[in-house]
Design a protein around this ligand. Structure first.
Ligand code: ZN
Length: 331
């Protein structure tokens, strides 16, 4: 990996390369954009470029390889973690991390010309953390570079952001995501197209979905929605049990399905469908359901989603959703 390996972010890469070449590297950057589009990879490629003894981020020297392995002594990747006494609690970048950063920033680099601190999901900094970092941002020690990775500029106080050079990251074009999925991940084009549509330019998300059972879950779910077999519904609900993330995924898939039906019913073309590879099944179902019936099912999905965000058990949520959505199909 190096700058050459970053796909779909030519402006960000050009900007950073130029900063290094012109010897005008800022002390702090904010990499802003959706997750899964290469913000962190770009931060690592930037660190490679800064720390490489060859001065070009060759990607193959010991320094470059240790940057990617996160074992370079002048590179520090800081990520949100749960509270030390509660592994299931909400994640944050806490004050202890900020103190370590402030201390480290005051030291000389150990090997390279710079010390690079990458704060991933910087929007997860607590207020205490932000306050502890402000002084370092205001009066940055020499040879220190901070890269804050975040989803949106509004997620950090203006006092922080005003001291950072903002670099924007954009979702990748669908065609590029499809190319990567068919080339690197070896998927059939039809499948790649479905994942690209769902991921909306976030290649990281598409690659994860390609390997973590997303497609299998989708196919099972569609079968349920079309056939509504009660025994299968309960078997699936039992299988997912308390796995909230997986139930959320299945409920989201329900949403995509009825959204597609709504589009077809409204006269939209197959190019707009999330489940473009199942256009035949969708058309058949769109003929059977009225516009009102589809809208009411979308409302039901929304209600199940809201319950899931509250205290309703994941398993029960899924049973309720599938029983209503699938069985009422037959009615
Ligand atoms: Zn190198």
């Amino acid at each position: 990996m190096s700058f050459e390996g970053i796909l779909g972010q030519p402006r960000a890469v050009h900007f950073l390369k130029h900063a290094v070449e012109a010897d005008r590297v800022a002390h702090a950057y904010a990499f802003v954009g959706p997750s899964g589009v290469g913000r962190r990879l770009t931060a690592l490629a930037f660190a490679q470029r800064l720390l490489c003894p060859e001065g070009r981020g060759c990607g193959s020297c010991s320094s470059c390889r240790r940057v990617i392995a996160l074992s370079h002594p002048d590179l520090h990747l800081i990520q949100p973690t749960p509270p030390p006494d509660n592994p299931k609690g909400g994640v944050a970048i806490r004050i202890a991390e900020a103190r370590a950063l402030v201390h480290g920033a005051g030291l000389y680099p150990l090997e390279g010309a710079w010390k690079v601190f990458i704060l991933d999901d910087a929007e997860r900094m607590t207020l205490e953390t932000v306050n502890a970092l402000l002084k370092t941002l205001e009066e940055p020690p020499p040879r220190t570079i901070l890269v804050l990775i975040l989803g949106h500029v509004r997620l950090l106080p203006a006092t922080v952001l005003s001291r950072c050079q903002v670099v924007r990251f954009r979702p990748l074009a669908d065609e590029l995501v499809i190319d990567l999925l068919t080339g690197r991940a070896n998927l059939a084009e039809e499948t790649a197209r479905v994942l690209a549509r769902v991921a909306q330019g976030r290649i990281g998300l598409a690659l994860t979905a390609a390997t973590d059972g997303w497609l299998e879950d989708r196919d099972r779910l569609i079968t349920q929605l079309l056939e509504g077999r009660v025994d299968e519904i309960f078997a699936l609900a039992e299988e997912v049990g308390r796995d909230r993330a997986r139930v959320e995924r299945l409920v989201e898939l329900c949403w995509f399905w009825f959204r597609d039906l709504l589009i077809l019913k409204g006269g939209g073309g197959p190019g707009l469908l999330m489940n473009g590879d199942r256009a035949d099944s969708l058309s058949a179902q769109a003929h059977l359901l009225s516009l009102e019936a589809i809208a009411s099912r979308l409302d039901q999905v929304k209600a199940v989603w809201a319950g899931l965000q509250g205290n309703v058990s994941p398993r029960l949520s899924l049973e309720v959703a599938l029983t209503h959505l699938a069985m009422s199909e037959a009615a």
